[in-house]
Design a protein around this ligand. Sequence first.
Ligand SMILES: *Cc1c(COP(=O)(O)O)cnc(C)c1O
Length: 654
Amino acid sequence: MKPAPDKSTWTPQQSAEYYGLPRWGQGHFCADDDGFVCVRPLGEDGPSIRIADVLAEAEAEHGLRPPLTIRVQDLLRRRVEMLNEAFRRAIEQEAYAGNYRGVFPIKVNQLREVVEEILDAGRAYDFGLEAGSKPELLIALSQLDRKGDLLICNGYKDMDYIRAALLGVRLGREVILVIEQFSEVDAIIKVTREMGVEPNIGFRVKLSAPGEGKWATSTGDNAKFGLTAAEIVAAAKKLKRAKMGHCLKLVHFHIGSQVPNILTIKKAVSEAARFYCEICKMGFALKYLDVGGGLGIDYDGSRTNFESSMNYSMGEYARDIVFNIKNVCEQAEIPVPDIISESGRALVAPHSILVIEAVDRIVKIPEEADKLTTKKKPHPLLADLIYILENRDNHGALERFHDAQQKKEEAANLFSLGYLDLATRAKADTLFWQICAKIQASLKAEGYVPEDLENLGALLAEQYVCNFSVFQSLLDHWALDQLFPIAPLQRLGEEPTIEATLVDITCDSDGKVSEFVDLEDVRHSLRLHPLGKDPYFLGIFLVGAYQDIMGDLHNLFGRVNEVHVFLEEDEEDGFYIEETIRGFSTDEVLNFIQHKGADLTRAMKKQIDTATRNDIVKPREGVRLLNLYTDMLAQKTYLRPGDNSKPIKKKSGG
Ligand SMILES: *Cc1c(COP(=O)(O)O)cnc(C)c1O
């Protein structure tokens, strides 16, 4: 048994340190003195909101329980300001003669409230939007309502896409059609003539500077987007011949998302700036250089070029872009362009927190296991295991582990052949895990761990069953092994003692989280608290980019509940919930796959009627059974807390 932790000396700050809050939180997340995780939307010096209070409010006032997405709208605004200020400062420091105008790529988070908040916070900076498909273009056109609003049109384009973009031009927006495929040149010329409206045109260039990170294939010779040097020359000629040379305004590149290494960005920017200068020298009056996305998020807080991290700051990113463009243009004696960037992840990832509830534990060693070893005359196999457990021979860890493995296998074989009963098999398994736990504990004292024993921790880790679906809410973790920081939202003043991994409630063994952020490399388990009477909530942080829309309905678990939180100094706990979005009901999810709720209900009614007619159920019971069915159709797809579970309590204020 582990010694009981000394509760009196463990502090919330120690937990915060263990979970990495000060590192990946960048001042926006911290632990308070009572052991609760708080969000500080405006940064270190600003007001702070207890996430547990938001949960209590969501349940009490809106009936919404986790799984729950919390959007911290002020934090989203803050990120928009930070990005724009970073570029403004860089332009000032470098005495750069051009301007900066950012656009938000809608694909990173399409939710109306997110797009609107970004545009509202970006008004002062002339912040615009980027669209990569027709639906996104329609969103952008409706949202950008002022003269000169910037709209960058990327992605594959058909005639309809181009027509819609020219509609924006007609209304006075600064719309730029970025040519990604050579065939788009002819299409744009054709639609321009048809509508009698002239577009602004950009070229997306295929850089030879390689990308880096998970999304590195967005550039290079095999990228699916962009024009080669030869295509650029040909496309430029084509535009000139069509008397549309003056429409060419922009050079664009995108080296992929979450670029971990600043060197990658420096090289790409310099190469793109060379393209810019050369196209200018061909006689085109370019105006913009668009550096795409790629600005990272330091998910593990390590500040390294590890793929979950980034070895640069937002300020450094802006300075390097401004400096390198200026440098290349000066050498070529070409006036510097206005700079556009398309940062998505860096703007929206931090504002969103996914809250899930741990509802059960899957343990290797049952609670009553201690009694197992005390029986007078145990089965010889158990006696052997007990011998190994007590280590009477004083063997080394590795040898004991191998011996125990052999005995466990023997037990399984004897059981299969009918020579061992279930109770003895159970005891053998438990003894095996007890031996592993003992070995693991002894390893902590030693420095070197043999390879066979390296995974012992992960093998022994308990599984916390959490009420959510990885496939709905954390798709990039499953698909790309992307790491997100995770921490309990309460009890940080208690030492976490249980090594655990998380499993979701889908019937899919991939529905789990067994890799966690760490300063070096990754952790294969996370220390958590034993589950008690009060609900135990975990926060998954920095999930505001890409995860929402890519989630799927595996096992028919639907979209989760959502609340949008604003700072409010007139409220005692510092916030209010402005907006709520209910998660999908079972009925809604079933509708997607053509099982209409009314049809299902009718079919059930028919079965119940038949049963009633045949005297299998009484009429009144039949009505109750049908109500049970229809009630469930109206409910959420996730687990509902037990009937006598406690409501979430407010932890501060009124
Ligand atoms: C996806 C995408 C972005 C956004 O990239 P982030 O790394 O999220 O900032 C920007 N531009 C283009 C063309 C994209 O495809």
